[in-house]
Design a protein around this ligand. Structure first.
Ligand code: ZN
Length: 456
């Protein structure tokens, strides 16, 4: 990489130059791309994504494709490239190259060796989401080498720092360089495109919306003093009563348009008894009752019709014999589309009957609804290949899609994978993360279909 020192511009971006050393048919071998990506130890924190991003840059150089990198932290760049197309609006293919740690996990193979065995590629990131990056990169390179133009420009974006919130990655890029996204309406990224058994039926979720991250601190104040005296109504006691109340009750039900669309799609795919349950979830009078009846199976759906608030950190007291005057509990809240921090604070007051001092620590707002224009095409691609039902997914967790929403880009979770019995949700962020070799090849073809059929 040093031999091909890119020029650095004043705005922190760099421009690549042609590098003839890399072969220009690697786009035909997405599994090889995936294995190369896995071998970069991009564990976040600290991420250290630069060698991996530089490697992608070298590959683009070899294909003669121009790109730019943008970095807040020089060790954590983001790379963007564009292949010109026809009149349709540009389509963005984006993915993160950082991965979560492997600490205290059991692995059959070294998680950064990308061993191929028993028909799988094994390693950290094989599902989340270096497989997606490999599929997008292979498709992008393939489209760039073909004579026939894609329907619109195709934009490839590899980012750092998704797993810790995107403050050095897409969150920063969207805020500092909104001009890069000006003409883009639709994007393909995570989460979705893989087969998921719901109520005994095979579905393919495609994320179109996500819940909003909202971090709060709730502070309680009470009687303090020397711990040798009998004392009641302390900050510690109030905090404990608050946490107990939050722990043992749901917040109020909200049926939002994204959940409605998702449950209706599921109801149309499952046998009548389960369909009745999904319809029941949409009736706020019955929602919680239906969830109770679903038990453990209802956990995902529970998250999609309630704001949630989970206490994660408690701070208060620093001496064994002093009753603290104040205790603060940190709440990781996740808000439904259309809900605001004030709404969840009001719900917490109502449910607990208490009046803590709330402080908003972080709020990543997302759009209240989704643009489903391109969902139909993406769903059709999967349905015609698999016969399974595509489902527009409201995602309980957060992805980089929320950052794109700030520049009015609708993101679709579409990393197509036929995983058979492999439990995606159990393997993501866990030991022995792996992907079938065939799933990488199949998924790459489907991403290519999506790019070629875009806007038709
Ligand atoms: Zn991911």
């Amino acid at each position: 990489m040093a031999e091909n020192d890119p020029s650095t511009d004043a705005d922190g971006s760099t421009t690549g130059a042609h590098d003839p050393r890399v072969s220009t048919d690697v786009h035909e071998r997405p599994v090889e791309l995936l294995r190369d990506l896995v071998r970069f130890e991009t564990v976040n924190p600290p991420g250290n994504e630069k060698p991996c991003i530089d490697w992608i840059g070298d590959l683009l150089d070899a294909y003669g494709i121009e790109y730019e990198t943008y970095a807040r932290d020089p060790d954590r760049p983001n790379l963007l490239a564009r292949v010109p197309g026809g009149d349709a609006s540009p389509l963005l293919l984006y993915g993160h190259v950082d991965v979560v740690p492997v600490t205290d996990q059991e692995w059959t193979h070294n998680p950064f060796e990308a061993v191929v065995e028993d028909g799988f590629v094994w390693g950290r990131g094989t599902l989340d989401m270096k497989s997606g990056v490999a599929m997008f990169l292979a498709t992008f390179l393939r489209v760039a080498t073909e004579d026939e133009q894609p329907p619109g420009d195709v934009v490839f974006l590899a980012v750092s720092d998704e797993e810790s919130g995107g403050d050095d990655g897409l969150g920063w890029l969207v805020d500092e360089h909104p001009e890069l996204f000006e003409d883009i309406e639709h994007a393909i990224g995570e989460f979705g495109g893989f087969n998921l058994d719901i109520a005994g039926v095979e579905t393919y979720p495609i994320q179109v919306n996500e819940k909003q991250v909202c971090w709060l601190e709730a502070t309680f104040r009470g009687n303090s003093g020397h711990a040798s005296f009998p004392t009641s109504d302390t900050a510690m006691g109030k905090m404990a009563r608050f946490v107990d109340a939050v722990d043992s009750q749901r917040l109020p039900v909200h049926v939002t348009p994204p959940a409605e669309r998702m449950f209706e799609a599921l109801a149309s795919a499952v046998p009548e008894a389960q369909a009745e349950q999904f319809r029941g979830l949409l009736d706020p009078e019955r929602t919680d009752e239906v969830l109770d009846a679903m038990g453990e199976d209802g956990r995902l759906f529970d998250a999609l019709v309630h704001n949630t608030a989970n206490p994660t950190i408690v701070e208060g007291g620093d001496k064994e014999n002093v009753i603290p005057e104040a205790v603060t509990v940190f709440l990781d809240c996740r808000l439904l589309p259309g809900q605001e921090p004030d709404d969840v604070m009001a719900e917490l007051r109502e449910v607990t009957g208490m009046e803590p001092e709330f402080e908003l620590v972080r709020f990543d707002p997302g759009p209240p609804s989704a643009d489903l224009d391109y969902f139909e095409e993406l769903g059709q691609i999967l349905e015609s290949e698999t016969g399974a039902t595509p489902v527009p997914l409201l995602m309980p967790g957060a992805t980089d899609g929320r950052h794109l929403a700030r520049v009015d880009i609708q993101s679709y979770g579409f990393i197509p994978m036929q995983l058979g019995d492999l439990p995606f949700l159990d393997l993501v962020h866990s030991g022995d993360e792996r992907i079938p070799v065939e799933a990488v090849e199949w998924g790459t073809e489907r991403v290519y279909d999506a790019v070629r059929e875009y806007g038709e």
